[in-house]
Design a protein around this ligand. Structure first.
Ligand code: E4P
Length: 216
């Protein structure tokens, strides 16, 4: 399973890259606005820093607005993936971009049927939002199971990109189900690395070594 970092923060991208954990990056208008500053230079820096795909989201409501934004956003680099919302206009835009050979990430997906439509339109990725579904007492991971089954039934090449990840169990379940990608906030990446028995074991090894070397 590929790991994308769900952020527009350059330090987070740098640190996760040093650990070899960044296969790509996803941004959205909220993440970019949280960082402040000039969004164009921020997008450029992210696209330059990251070797893999970088999702940049359109905000227009009509297909033609989305297409003209996509034309601008693709100028930031060859690794740009255009993030398009799952609306009827978004599906039209996805189809046009597919025909032009531009990669898309269809976002704000909350049902398996929406994912099926995105795949038929030619999306490169679909982004089902598991955390937001859990937040309204729906089962986010069940949605991932359904989408995986449908895409496998019909050999769709569209990749399942698990989004809105809140905790390590979302990452573990994504991997067990066979999602193609999980886009993970940096805070959750840090949680994945830590285990109390690792800390305890390390402290014991150090104490034993200190005692042993004192005696010699
Ligand atoms: C990623 O592509 C999505 O925009 C993101 O995971 C949404 O996460 P949120 O529910 O934390 O806003």
């Amino acid at each position: 399973m590929e790991f994308f970092l769900d952020t527009a923060n350059l330090d987070e991208i740098r640190q996760a890259t040093e650990m070899g954990l960044v296969d790509g990056v996803t941004t959205n208008p909220t993440l970019l606005s949280r960082e402040g500053g000039d969004w164009r230079s921020r997008m450029q820096e992210i696209c330059d820093m990251v070797k893999g795909p970088v999702s940049l989201e359109v905000v227009g409501e009509t297909a033609s607005q989305m297409i003209s934004e996509a034309e601008d956003l693709t100028s930031f680099g060859d690794n740009v993936v255009i993030k398009v919302p799952l609306t009827t206009e978004g599906l039209v835009a996805t189809r046009i971009l597919y025909r032009k050979g531009v990669k898309t990430n269809v976002t704000l997906v909350f049902s398996a049927l929406q994912a099926l439509l995105a795949a038929k339109a030619g999306a490169t990725y679909v982004s089902p939002f598991v955390g937001r579904l859990d937040g309204i007492a729906n089962d986010g991971m069940e949605l991932i199971r359904e989408i995986r089954t449908i895409f496998d039934n019909y050999d769709f090449s569209t990749k399942v990109l698990v989004a809105s990840i809140r905790h390590p169990m979302h990452v573990l379940d994504s991997a067990l189900i066979g999602a193609d990608v999980a886009t993970i906030p940096y805070s959750v990446i840090s949680q994945l690395a830590s285990h109390p028995l690792t800390d305890k074991g390390l402290a014991a090894f150090k104490a034993d070594w200190d005692n042993f070397t004192k005696l010699n």
